[in-house]
Ligand binder design. Structure first.
Ligand SMILES: *[C@@H]1O[C@H](CO)[C@@H](O)[C@H](O)[C@H]1NC(C)=O
Length: 304
């Protein structure tokens, strides 16, 4: 049973590999791509991609090939932009061409990050999320959050005065406390906060999936269907764990706010303000509010 399955799976992989290679050849033909490392038969720049860990790998590429470097492997094209000048040129001045986001099977489909408007493709769905975010965080609305920041700044100063040697954990706590308060009106524990740990776990997966050589499933999307017992399919187990953390990160603090709103004791926050405005349930906006809140919270957890 298992043998027959493994053989057909292997054949399938070889077939898909060949098809990808041929398609790739066809696509590359006639295109004028920027310079980059030599494109090897079948694997393309896979070996170069595997070497791209940390900033030194990218610096080496720029030194050798210039300010814009092109790599490609199995249909995945990657452009490495070395300087802020070029980044500004492409992503600011020509943002209508380049503001789309690549879609990763691992992070979007398996880990569940398709909720995040920071990772969404440019389009209507992205637009409604961005507008919701802007409603509470445009400059005129953001001043409403000054008291929260002042209160946490005072707490930080008091802590620093008492135990200056703990400055690092106080600074981390300060960032997490402000953002959880602004986003959900929730307090965080001084150490090992549940919400912060959840976000860190959820971010671990997208962080790894975002690396250019990330996961094989991003080169061969059909691999998302392989059964768990196939050697090398451990990414599925990891993806499930990260998916659970991602759902928890989105749902748990949000539901805490719903509960507080029901009891009439929710503090003003991004979530409670938007839920109190107009009628989000009727307009199908609850999910959008929840998604935007999770992006803010995740971005903050990453920076603490
Ligand atoms: C890459 O960027 C660095 C930092 O901005 C710069 O010093 C270097 O000259 C750039 N390399 C190329 C090839 O443009």
């Amino acid at each position: 049973m298992v043998d027959a399955n493994s053989t057909s799976c292997l054949l399938l992989i070889i077939l898909a590999w060949t098809v990808y290679y041929l398609l790739n050849k066809l696509r590359a033909h006639g295109h004028n791509y920027p310079p980059g490392p030599r494109y090897l038969p079948i694997i393309g720049n896979l070996l170069d991609l595997a070497k791209l860990h940390g900033s030194t790998g990218y610096q080496r590429l720029a030194k050798e090939f210039g300010d814009i470097v092109f790599l490609s492997s199995f249909g995945k094209n990657i452009l490495v932009v070395n300087s802020s000048k070029t980044a500004h040129e492409l992503f600011e001045k020509r943002s209508s061409t380049y503001s789309c986001r690549p879609q990763s099977v691992m992070s979007h489909e398996l880990i569940g990050w398709d909720f995040s408007f920071a990772h969404m493709p440019y389009g209507e769905r992205w637009n409604v999320h961005r507008r919701m975010f802007h409603r509470e965080f445009q400059q005129s609305a953001a001043t409403a959050y000054h008291p929260i920041q002042a209160e946490e700044a005072h707490a930080l100063l008091r802590n620093l005065l008492q135990n200056p040697e703990n400055w690092e954990s106080y600074l981390r706590h300060n960032a997490a406390a402000i953002i959880m308060s602004v986003t959900y009106g929730l307090k965080v524990a001084p150490t090992d906060d549940m919400y912060v740990s959840l976000a860190e776990k959820a971010l671990e997966g997208v962080g790894m999936a975002a690396s250019p050589s990330g996961f094989l499933v991003d080169f061969f999307p059909f691999l998302k269907h392989v059964p768990d017992w196939i050697p090398g399919a451990s990414f599925r187990k990891k993806a499930r764990e990260w998916h659970a953390a991602t759902i928890g990160m989105k749902d748990i603090p949000f539901e805490a706010v719903l509960e507080e709103l029901k009891m009439g004791k929710a503090a003003p926050s991004f979530v409670s303000n938007l839920l109190n405005e107009q009628e989000p349930e009727k307009n199908g906006e609850v999910e959008i509010i929840k998604n935007c809140a999770a992006v803010i919270y995740a971005a903050a957890a990453e920076s603490v």
